[in-house]
Design a protein around this ligand. Sequence first.
Ligand code: B12
Length: 282
Amino acid sequence: MTVRQVTPRQLAEAIGVSESSLKRWSDAGKIEVSRTEGGHRRIAIGEAVRFIRASRAHVVRPDLLGLPRSSATGEALTELLVKGESRAVIAHISAQFLDGVPVAALCDGPLRAALTRIGELWRETVEGVMVEHRATSVCVDALATLRTLLPDSAPDAFSAVGGAPPGDPYLVPSMMCATALHDVGIRAVNLGPESPLEIIARAAREERAQLAWVSVTSPPAPETLAILESFCDDLSKNGTTVVLGGRQRDHLMVPRSARSAGTIGELVAIAAEFKLVKERVR
Ligand code: B12
C-alpha cells in the first residue's frame, strides 16, 4: 500500500518519539505540515522522509510509512535477490535510505555488488537467466519504492532525461540514474531500455532538460555509434549536456561536447558541478 501522507502521531510512532515533540518541530518550521479542512495536521510522505533523513531519526515502525518491516533473517542482499524476496529487499534498501544513505551510494554499493555477484554465480545456466530476470524485477520494485518516498521535485527544479539505446534490454542502470537524480531534487524522466537516441533527444527538448544520460550495458549497435556524436553535439547546442555511462562506456568515443562517468555517484557529481542540485533549506 502506498502511503501518501501521515498524521503527526503516525510519524512520531514511526520514529519512536512523542507526538508533542513532533508538533513542536512542526511549529518551529523543521517539518512542513498541511491542514485538513477540520484543521488537523497532515505531513506528505516525501516531507516525512526528508525530515527523517535530514534529522537522522531512526525508523522503528516502517510499516507506518507504508514500508515492509526489515527481514529478521539477516540474510545478505545477494541471497534475498537470488530468491526474489521482493519485500525483504525493499525493507533492506529502504532502511538504509531512511538512515540517510544517498540513493547513488545504494546503487553503486550494495545493489551493484549484489547484481555483479548474481552475474558471476549464475552465468550460462537456464536457472541463472531466470534468477537474473527475477532479481532485476525485484531491483525495479525497490527503486520504484524509493521514488515514491522522495519529495516531488520543486516547480523550478532542473530536469534530466535518459535511457538505454536500442539493443540494450537492461532496466536497472537507467532507473538508477533517474532515482539518484531525483534524490538530489532533479526532475528525472527515465525512458528505459531500447530508447533510440532520437527519442531521448526529443524528450530532452520537450522537458527542457539540462542533462541527458545514456546508459550503455550491451555492446552498442553500429547505428547508435554512427549518430552518437551528432546526438551529443546537437543536445549540447540546445543547453543539454549528455553524460555517457554503463559497463560499455569505455568502448564509446566520447564527443568533446559530452561527458563520461563510471558510477551513479559521478553522475550526481556532474549534476552538482553544473549547479543543477539546489541546496535544500532547513
Ligand atoms: C540482470 C542481467 C541480465 C538480464 C537483464 C534483464 C533486464 N531486463 O534488465 C538478462 C537475463 C536479459 C541478461 C542478458 C544477457 N546478459 Co546479462 N547480466 C545481468 C546482470 C546480472 C545484472 C545487470 C544489471 O542490472 N546490473 C546493475 C547495474 C547497476 O550495474 P552496472 O551495469 O555495472 O552499472 C553501474 C555502472 O556501470 C554505472 N552506470 C550504469 N549506467 C550508467 C549510466 C550513466 C550515465 C552513468 C554515469 C553511470 C552508469 O553505475 C552502475 C552502478 O554502479 C549483469 C551482471 C553485472 N555485473 O551487472 C549481467 C551481465 C551484464 N550480462 C552478461 C551477459 C554475458 C549477458 C548475455 C550475453 C547472456 C547470454 N548468453 O545471452 C545476455 C545479453 C543481453 C543483451 N541483449 O545484451 C555479462 C556481460 C559481460 C560483458 N562482456 O560485459 C554480465 C556482466 C554477467 C557476467 N558477469 O558475465 N542479463
